[in-house]
Ligand binder design. Sequence first.
Ligand code: ATP
Ligand code: MG
Length: 347
Amino acid sequence: MYFDPEPKTRREDLFNMENELKELSDGLKRGKLVVVTGLRRYGKTSLILTYLNEEKLDNIFLDCRLLPSGMISMDSFLDLLEAELNRKSWAKRMLSRVEGISISEIGIKLKKRDINSLVDVLHVLEGKILVIDEAQELRRSKHRFDSIIAYAYDHLNLKIVLSGSQVGLLYRFLRVDDPEAPLYGRPFKEVRMRKLSDEKAMEFLRKGFEQAGINVESHVLEEARRRFDGVIGWLTYFGFSMIDRRGPIEKIARRASKLAISELEHALRIYKPAESRYKEVLRIIATLEHARWAQIKRGVEARIGRIPNNTLSSILRNLVDSGFLEKVEEGYKIADPVLRSGILSYW
Ligand SMILES: Nc1ncnc2c1ncn2[C@@H]1O[C@H](COP(=O)(O)OP(=O)(O)OP(=O)(O)O)[C@@H](O)[C@H]1O
Ligand SMILES: [Mg+2]
């Protein structure tokens, strides 16, 4: 079913991603590293899970959104790894021979909580696929996870998939273009997820409601396409909400916007105490729809006083790298229309 809100795992539930599936598959056949990028709700996790499931590939899938906020310790990373290892029956078999790992009824436990234990596990994973979903989260650590990934790349027979919705932050973490960085110069393939075209978005909605056996008037579908753009996750959210409790589209859109706002607020917490400046920048851009640098500066200063140029530049860069803003010909705009309407209405 297209409107199932969980990330998809089966080809028949995955709409229109044949090319991306092929790119991912070819990338891993030919090379060792694939980076799946795309803003929030573009379908990254669904793509990766469907590929792994359809090809029946043994894998370890680490969802870095599950890591605690603040600095990431080795201990919390190993907790995440252990939880995933415990979900795989093959992992228990293979790890039983490894020193420093205890396996009981409670499950797999790494006794030593340091980087060496992590490297030991990576060695055991040879021949498998390691997926690190939302890998940019790993930048929040004093441990150099980029070095560990480079080690696995260089020395282990391991295929690696990294994904990120904060694309700029992901590349700032990986630093593939920085000669000083551990992953510099390693060939990799990027699979870039995109929005659906207007036609494809309409087709997705039509087919989704057909599967659910629900008749929705085409002007409502048009309205949904307009509000949710071609973002497949929002279209799914809309479809699911219509099936679940019907109700007018305005109400569904309002709930979606509130969700987007709460995600934004969560992400902005790391910029404390400069949060209010970030907020003003976003408000002005949302109001103007798209805004050039000088307009943003004027707008922010009119409301909260002087802001140095380099401060504004770094705020804009962080917001672009986090996927909240997009740079377009006319300047900057809010990348997600659902977030924009939330900023304008409830923030
Ligand atoms: N190709 C697709 N066909 C049908 N539904 C999809 C497709 N891609 C994504 N979805 C749906 O859209 C929503 C978001 O998908 P998913 O979680 O895979 O995206 P994501 O890019 O990983 O999002 P996030 O950045 O929030 O992690 C889910 O409800 C999922 O079921
Ligand atoms: Mg995801």
